[in-house]
Design a protein around this ligand. Structure first.
Ligand code: ZN
Length: 375
């Protein structure tokens, strides 16, 4: 099983310059490779990562591109692997067509040569960058093969992420406890065996305050853009740059708060040591088409919740089941099994005509999920 780890880096000024350079060259190479392969495609030439990489190695020999050599060759070599994966996913209809990367919108990141990585005395060795100080509470195992190491900048700090092979935890599970989880918009999750739901963090004071601040800044920026406009040209003043930086940092903070919340929630569930966890296989892409729901779902990070639940279960040997979305988890009475066909989305309380049971709609669904029997 692969465990992935993220640690914060504390580079020196010189190291940071090289790291930004690596991000820039990675983006440049990606765009070069993408535009080349699109041209090739128009001329009936199929994408081939090896041929393209060879072409790039020729290209970068030109004098005016000598700056590419200032960083590790593995950074650019990896781009062709990444593009190959992106195309394969696109052809399998798993993701959208690979896009060009812009300085503003794309994640600033680059690949780090895996076999050069070494952790020693609180520093990690990165090829061509040197020994970079890092900070983590996690005990990093040494003398292992680190898988797919990447370095990225989130607008404030630098991070190194990597994976490594790890054995499952030996956890004694409660063979009587099957946990059902109902994800929702009102609360993040309702759990069959817990009295209180896991709250929707976006409704907390802290997040609402940050959101308000964000909206105010966004309005300010657009007003400033409008005020400094010359015809069709939008000018970036120092004030605008300052405001945009502030916006970026608030967005970063929001992302961290949401991510943290999900980690706490999934940890709490795994700590109950159930022998299995049952969730609905949500039709998220269908729900995303509903404009009212899509924002709430995006902010609640349902995908991320499911992803974390899955791997944390795997680590502890807990069975993870996703029930297909036609399973009537909401319509069934968790008391007597009666199915209420005319249950509306607006019915927040489930009232059973058969046995008289009255129960919160989401609680009812979570109990049904927990009781799910494999067909
Ligand atoms: Zn009933």
């Amino acid at each position: 099983m692969i465990k992935s780890v993220k640690i914060r880096l504390i580079p020196t000024k010189e190291q940071e310059i090289l790291m930004f350079k690596s991000c820039g060259i990675a983006r440049f190479t990606w765009n070069w490779a993408l535009s080349k392969s699109e041209d090739d495609y128009k001329n009936g030439i199929k994408f081939n990562k090896v041929r393209l990489r060879t072409e790039f190695n020729q290209f970068k020999l030109q004098k005016e591109y000598c700056w590419i050599k200032e960083i590790s060759g593995k950074v650019t070599a990896q781009i062709f692997e990444d593009l190959d994966i992106a195309y394969k996913r696109f052809f399998k209809r798993l993701s959208k067509k690979p896009k060009f990367k812009t300085k503003k919108k794309s994640r600033q990141s680059f690949y780090v040569r895996y076999d050069a990585i070494k952790f020693k005395d609180g520093k990690v060795n990165m090829e061509k960058i040197g020994k970079v100080k890092y900070k983590t509470n996690y005990k990093i195992p040494t003398l292992l093969k680190y898988i797919n190491p990447r370095c990225h900048f989130d607008g404030k700090y630098w991070y190194l992420t990597f994976g490594f092979e790890r054995n499952e935890n030996q956890v004694e599970l409660n063979q009587d406890l099957s946990i059902g989880i109902d994800l929702g918009v009102k609360d993040l999750a309702v759990i069959n065996c817990l009295d209180k739901p896991i709250k929707n963090i976006n409704k907390s004071k802290k997040v609402r305050k940050l959101n308000k601040k964000l909206k105010r800044l966004q309005r300010q920026v657009s007003r400033k853009y409008e005020a400094n406009r010359e015809g069709k040209k939008y000018n970036k003043t120092n004030n605008i740059i300052k405001l945009e930086k502030k916006i970026k940092l608030i967005n970063r903070k929001l992302t961290n708060i949401r991510q943290n919340h999900i980690h706490q929630a999934t940890n709490k569930i795994v700590k109950l040591k159930p022998y299995r966890v049952v969730m609905e296989d949500l039709n998220i892409s269908g729900m995303m088409k509903n404009r009212h729901l899509s924002k709430a779902i995006q902010e609640q990070k349902f995908y991320e919740f499911i992803r974390q639940m899955k791997y944390k279960c795997q680590f502890d040997g807990i069975e993870f089941i996703q029930v297909d979305r036609y399973y009537p988890s909401s319509k069934t009475c968790s008391c007597c099994g009666h199915i209420k066909k005319d249950l509306k989305l607006s019915d927040r309380v489930y009232v059973c005509k058969q046995c008289g049971c009255i129960i919160d709609r989401d609680k009812n669904a979570s109990i049904n999920l927990g009781n799910y029997k494999l067909a």
